[in-house]
Design a protein around this ligand. Structure first.
Ligand SMILES: *[C@@H]1O[C@H](CO)[C@@H](O)[C@H](O)[C@H]1NC(C)=O
Ligand SMILES: *[C@@H]1O[C@H](CO)[C@@H](O)[C@H](O)[C@H]1NC(C)=O
Ligand SMILES: *[C@@H]1O[C@H](CO)[C@@H](O)[C@H](O)[C@H]1NC(C)=O
Ligand SMILES: *[C@@H]1O[C@H](CO)[C@@H](O)[C@H](O)[C@H]1NC(C)=O
Ligand SMILES: *[C@@H]1O[C@H](CO)[C@@H](O)[C@H](O)[C@H]1NC(C)=O
Ligand SMILES: *[C@@H]1O[C@H](CO)[C@@H](O)[C@H](O)[C@H]1NC(C)=O
Ligand SMILES: *[C@@H]1O[C@H](CO)[C@@H](O)[C@H](O)[C@H]1NC(C)=O
Ligand SMILES: *[C@@H]1O[C@H](CO)[C@@H](O)[C@H](O)[C@H]1NC(C)=O
Ligand SMILES: *[C@@H]1O[C@H](CO)[C@@H](O)[C@H](O)[C@H]1NC(C)=O
Length: 827
């Protein structure tokens, strides 16, 4: 999370909007979109009233693909059919609490005729969940709200609750179709407005997903405001595989996605048709991959940010691709954008910016374009005085604007750049390799094995170590997919995931390490080890959390040992660490309150050696949407009160062969560093995001965790001699003796000293005090191609430190709130 807020001044215009009240036409209407000589037909065949309306798509290079009704018979999906035995271990009534909710069991018809709003909302709300307005956050009322194939008519917003996965059948994607007189802000309103603004604080909205749904706004008159999904969110959230159908009639007021606040986040595989805005985005940071837009006026309206990373974006037949000019030259609100491996086709202006040599703040509107293919797009970048970069039909290898340190300050630039040198291991057909979270939709139910059926309890009390290790082993041997029914699986020694495993959770099933095996602060043990050193093969793992309980100073939550090939990497998607701050952790407000007024360290709140270790033997690992979090507050506490939990190290990559992708990852509140790369190479990372522990420097980074030899720990006691300010604070990003660490967007934040934000929240306006810590990003030893696009820092005096020497000072690079270097190269 982060406790941050901008004076946006925009929200008056974007609050809840009620569509005009008009009469409902035939539900079985067919909406036909125009055709032209250069592009094939675009036809969406609306709901037919049959029990199901699975959609099939087929794409062409130039125009919106045909979207047509498929046969009514829904292909079964294992998640729908599997026995639902998931539990919430720390719910007040775990025996009766229902995690999995099929909307049809709550009365939804999905027949394209019946209004299903109330039934869907009943599925969302039943059994006393954490509801907006009465609850800020909780981990004890998780739910999957599941939609079988069908067309579900809704006349007002489905109000999303905390810790919810909204999932459709990917084999026959369900349609949520708004009525013409639909009212509400989003077919799904992810964070409802109340009297005091958003009901859930947007930067604390964790652990939720939406996937495999079609949002259909086309029955709503084009002239009425209408929104597909309202999605202010923070870390550990995702949108995957959704389609947004909007009017593309002249004057359309539809928008697919609306995000005005938060600290995200990740989304992928979304397709938008029509709309005034395909999406409206305002959030500190996000990683956005594989979004396709057709026929929007503006595909992406960036209302504010600190840093966003866009990759695999396809924009077709829009007036404007990305508008990042909000606020104008005198007061830009977009901090930075990194855009790569994307295309703009038949679009008038690819990117509109307010940045120029005299715009304010100086580094706002920092922009990097890398490997962008333009087709019949006359203007690539339009600035306040007109065209800055001419388009046409061509490929932009590298271009940018902002401040350049290559490696020391060179200039404020607006020109072509030498793009980062991409190791071939990381690419496929010239683009960075990417792979979406597998949903195993083609696998028959018989291929799945449930860990609860196999004897594990998941009740947070029983020691499930032996049962889990046994089923993992037998499943890998039998090529079965291991299903962790929702629950908290307490383990007292290492769980080993063997090569060949496919492991999938349900509503973020938790593996929780506990006990003396994990207690040595100098001799750590993994809670979950993936393979053993020397093993090769492939592991896929998704939708789970690894945690600890109580004093576990020697826990490495995830240790990746396995070697996979660059051509067929292993992957983890939506797998997170969560240390403290949740029911059952014994590391909550009662046990681990903040202690600003004492220098004493409560040893019972030392809860991990490291969040994740990518060992020297590991190689070929694709990471997507992972948040490694030491809790800064208690999620169960009604006031989300801050706590102090101590963890040693965040994500340490020591892979000798590298070949690691980190797509949308974040690491927060560990003592010595958040990310550390040592003696490694060939890493794609973007957007990365960190926060320094709020308790530092009381005590400083040296106090709780002793340096352990063999782990390449930073030695602050020696490194800080003679350095002024708050030097002895954890690194956001430390890179030692490594090569080709390519960072596509970074947000390294230090908001607090000893729980006070004064150090980050004062002095330079806009911008920050830069005095929470002296240093935050260190490049040490040999460094070849340690390169960062859009390095955003908050609260740090030095933005870059090379072998202990200052390279870049925050005050020279002031942005909307962070400080920004658009283009950093280590050599
Ligand atoms: C919305 O339209 C439906 C169908 O025409 C009608 O039954 C319903 O009363 C309308 N609701 C409102 C609030 O106007
Ligand atoms: C939505 O439909 C339900 C059930 O038909 C009806 O009770 C409700 O008034 C409708 N609401 C709106 C806003 O039209
Ligand atoms: C954004 O979220 C932060 C943190 O929850 C809050 O303080 C701030 O008021 C929000 N800003 C707006 C414009 O809603
Ligand atoms: C992009 O998303 C589409 C679905 O919208 C999917 O079919 C395709 O495989 C995705 N591509 C990548 C590279 O993830
Ligand atoms: C392009 O988009 C417009 C809406 O802005 C639409 O009317 C037109 O049919 C689209 N053209 C093609 C070729 O899809
Ligand atoms: C930047 O744009 C503003 C607004 O159009 C203009 O007033 C200013 O002169 C421009 N600055 C430069 C250096 O072109
Ligand atoms: C931490 O802040 C508290 C006020 O909340 C103050 O009393 C204390 O002296 C501070 N400690 C240090 C080491 O700065
Ligand atoms: C860190 O804190 C300890 C305990 O207060 C102190 O002895 C040490 O000098 C501090 N180290 C640095 C480098 O500030
Ligand atoms: C980095 O390389 C230098 C020179 O070979 C060596 O002295 C130093 O110990 C290395 N650092 C680490 C952390 O491996």
């Amino acid at each position: 999370m982060s406790l941050f807020y901008l004076a946006l001044g925009l929200l008056g215009a974007v609050g809840p909007v009620a569509a005009a009240q008009v009469s409902i036409p035939q539900v079985s209407s067919v909406v036909s979109k125009a055709t032209s000589s250069f592009a094939p037909a675009v036809t969406y065949v609306g709901p037919t009233g049959s029990a199901s309306s699975a959609l099939k798509t087929s794409s062409t290079s130039k125009a919106a693909p045909k979207v047509a009704a498929a046969t009514p018979s829904a292909t079964p999906y294992w998640l729908e059919s599997i026995a639902h035995q998931g539990i919430s271990a720390f719910n007040s009534a775990p025996a009766s609490y229902q995690v999995f909710r099929n909307v049809k069991n709550f009365g939804a018809k999905g027949d394209g005729v019946t209004d299903d709003t109330a039934a869907i909302q009943a599925a969302m709300s039943s059994s006393g969940r954490c509801a907006p307005g009465s609850c800020q956050s909780s981990t004890t009322t998780p739910a999957i709200v599941y939609f079988p194939a069908g067309t579900y008519i809704v006349n007002s917003s489905i109000i999303d609750y905390y810790y919810t996965q909204i999932i459709g059948n990917p084999n026959s994607m369900p349609v949520l179709k708004a009525t013409p007189n639909f009212s509400g802000f989003g077919i799904i309103d992810g964070d409802q407005y109340g009297g005091n603004g958003l009901k859930f604080g947007a930067t604390d909205v964790f652990y939720r997903q939406i996937r495999n749904l079609i949002f259909d706004l086309t029955a709503i008159p084009a002239s009425s405001s209408a929104t597909g999904v309202h999605w202010p969110t923070a870390q550990a959230t995702s949108l995957q595989n959704c389609v947004f159908l909007m009017s593309d009639a002249p004057g359309t007021q539809h928008q697919g996605l609306f995000i005005e606040n938060g600290s995200g986040g990740f989304m992928n595989d979304l397709v938008f048709y029509g709309g005034l805005n395909g999406v409206v985005f305002g959030n500190q940071q996000f990683t956005v991959r594989n979004l396709t837009f057709y026929n929007a006026v503006t595909a992406i309206d960036q209302i504010w940010d600190w840093g966003w990373t866009y990759t695999g974006i396809s924009i077709n037949n829009c007036t404007t691709g990305l508008n990042m000019a909000a606020g104008g030259t005198a007061g830009q609100s977009t901090g930075s954008v990194t855009f790569l491996d994307s295309s703009f086709t038949n679009t008038k202006v690819a990117i509109v910016t307010a940045h120029n040599a005299s715009s304010f703040p100086a580094t706002a509107g920092s922009l990097i374009l890398e490997n962008i293919v333009l087709t019949n797009t006359p203007v690539a970048v339009q600035g306040p005085q007109g065209t800055v970069l001419v388009g046409g039909s061509l490929t932009i290898s590298g271009w940018g604007e902002g401040h350049e340190y290559t490696p020391i300050y060179k200039k404020s630039f607006e020109n072509s750049i030498t793009k980062f040198s991409r190791p071939t291991e990381l690419t496929k057909n010239g683009q960075y390799y990417a792979r979406s979270k597998p949903q195993y939709q083609a696998s028959p139910l018989s291929q799945f094995v449930s860990v609860r059926t196999a004897g594990a309890k998941g009740n947070g009390v029983t020691d499930d170590t032996a049962a889990i290790n046994k089923v993992l082993k037998s499943a890998a041997a039998a090529s079965q997919i291991v299903f962790f029914d929702a629950g908290t699986y307490k383990v007292t020694s290492t769980i080993t995931i063997p090569p060949g495993s496919k492991v999938v959770g349900e509503s973020y099933s938790v593996i929780m390490g506990a006990g003396s095996f994990f207690s040595s602060i100098t001799s750590p043990q993994p809670v979950v080890a993936v393979g053993t050193s020397g093993q090769s093969g492939i592991v896929e793992w998704s939708d789970m959390i690894v945690s600890t309980q109580g004093a576990t100073a020697g826990a490495i939550l995830i240790q990746w040992n396995l070697a996979s090939t660059a051509a067929s990497p292993s992957g983890i998607w939506d797998v997170h660490t969560r240390i403290g701050g949740f029911a059952g952790s014994n590391l909550q407000l009662a046990q681990c309150p903040t202690t600003p007024k004492t220098t004493a360290v409560n040893k019972n709140c030392i809860a991990a050696f490291m969040s994740m270790y990518i060992a020297p033997s590991a190689t070929g690992l694709y990471m997507e949407n992972n948040w490694l979090w030491t809790a800064d507050h208690d999620i169960e506490d009604p006031s989300e009160t801050q706590i102090t939990v101590y963890t040693g190290r965040g994500l340490y990559c020591a892979s000798t062969s590298g070949t690691i992708w980190m797509v949308g990852t974040a690491v927060e509140h560990h003592a010595l560093y958040q990310y550390q790369f040592a003696n490694t190479k060939n890493v794609f990372a973007g957007q990365i995001q960190t926060e320094t522990a709020y308790w530092q420097p009381n005590p400083n980074a040296s106090v709780v965790f002793p340096i352990v030899s063999g782990w390449n720990d930073p030695n602050f006691a020696t490194a800080c001699v003679g350095v002024s300010g708050q030097c002895n604070m954890g690194w956001g990003l430390r890179v030692v003796n490594s090569s080709s660490i390519l960072v596509y967007g970074a947000g390294l934040y230090s908001f607090f000293n000893n729980y006070s934000v004064t150090c980050s929240n004062s002095v330079v306006s806009p911008g920050n005090g830069g005095s929470c810590q002296t240093r935050i990003f260190s490049v040490e030893g040999t460094a070849t191609d340690i390169d960062v696009y859009n390095l955003n820092t908050v609260g740090a005096t030095q933005m870059v430190t090379r072998d202990g020497s200052q390279v870049a000072l925050f005050g020279d690079n002031v942005n909307v709130y962070p400080d920004t270097i658009a283009y950093y190269k280590s050599s």
